[in-house]
Design a binder for this molecule. Structure first.
Ligand SMILES: Nc1ncnc2c1ncn2[C@@H]1O[C@H](COP(=O)(O)OP(=O)(O)O)[C@@H](O)[C@H]1O
Ligand SMILES: [Mg+2]
Length: 225
């Protein structure tokens, strides 16, 4: 379970990106975090993967308050989650397979196990047939599939995706969101930020809406407006 209690985030320029945000997300949920550009979506996501620390308040994941997490504990936290970015963040000179395998190669598991996990993750995102391609040979939607495979390859209980369809056309956006929905149906908690109203309205998931750093709506099976 994820809990935010009275979380405020003020950046160094004194701008309040989040104001008194409180929420609970339970294991297995699918949550859309929506709101206009600058509303605070990415800041909220960054607090969850400890890229930023809250100025005040509690951010707890699995019962542990990560608000003041020491930097040397961050890798441990991130092993329990997958993170998907708008701009994919793939290694351009490496194959699809190697991009997905990159992190688990540091875990000291056998190459047989690595092969099994990477192939499994690539099958989930429907990209197994392109495992020897490099990112430049893929469409944007395919590159984001690689990003998702990389995020789930270690079997995390939580997937965080910050505007995963922000660079994609409507067709590819829908396909990516369908993959995230399927991953959620495997029991993984999925938190997706987006400002794509069509997608939010189509999937009818829980919607947490931010406006100027404040939660202005938190409803189940909701729509964007
Ligand atoms: N590193 C930063 N330093 C200063 N201000 C920031 C920083 N990151 C974000 N902000 C500001 O915080 C607000 C929320 O940004 P962000 O969380 O990125 O919103 P969103 O993802 O919804 O577009 C914006 O006004 C943005 O300019
Ligand atoms: Mg953002």
């Amino acid at each position: 379970m994820i809990t935010l209690q009275n979380v405020t985030k003020r950046y160094k320029n004194n701008h309040y990106a989040l104001k008194n945000v409180s929420l609970e997300i339970h294991s297995g949920e699918f949550v859309f975090v929506v709101g206009a550009s600058g509303a605070g979506k990415s800041t909220l996501m960054k607090l969850l993967y400890s890229e930023e620390k809250p100025t005040t308040g509690i951010v707890s994941i699995g019962g542990i308050n990560i608000a003041n997490l020491k930097n040397n504990k961050i890798p441990n936290l991130r092993r329990c989650m997958g993170i998907v970015f708008q701009d994919y963040k793939l290694l351009q000179n490496q194959t699809v397979f190697d991009n997905v395998a990159y992190v688990i190669r540091t875990l000291g598991i056998s190459s047989k196990e690595i092969n099994a996990r990477v192939n499994g993750a690539l099958k989930i995102v429907g990209l197994h047939h392109k495992k020897n391609a490099t990112p430049a040979e893929l469409s944007g939607g395919e590159q984001q599939r690689v990003g998702i495979a990389r995020a789930i390859v270690n079997g995390p209980p939580l997937l965080i995706a910050d505007e995963p369809t922000g660079n994609l056309d409507p067709q590819n956006s829908m396909e990516i969101m369908q993959i995230l929905d399927q991953i959620n149906q495997r029991g993984i908690t999925v938190i997706v930020s987006t400002h794509d109203q069509n997608l939010v309205d189509y999937f009818r998931k829980r919607v947490i809406k931010l406006d100027n750093g404040e939660i202005v709506k938190d409803i189940q099976a909701g729509t964007y407006e």
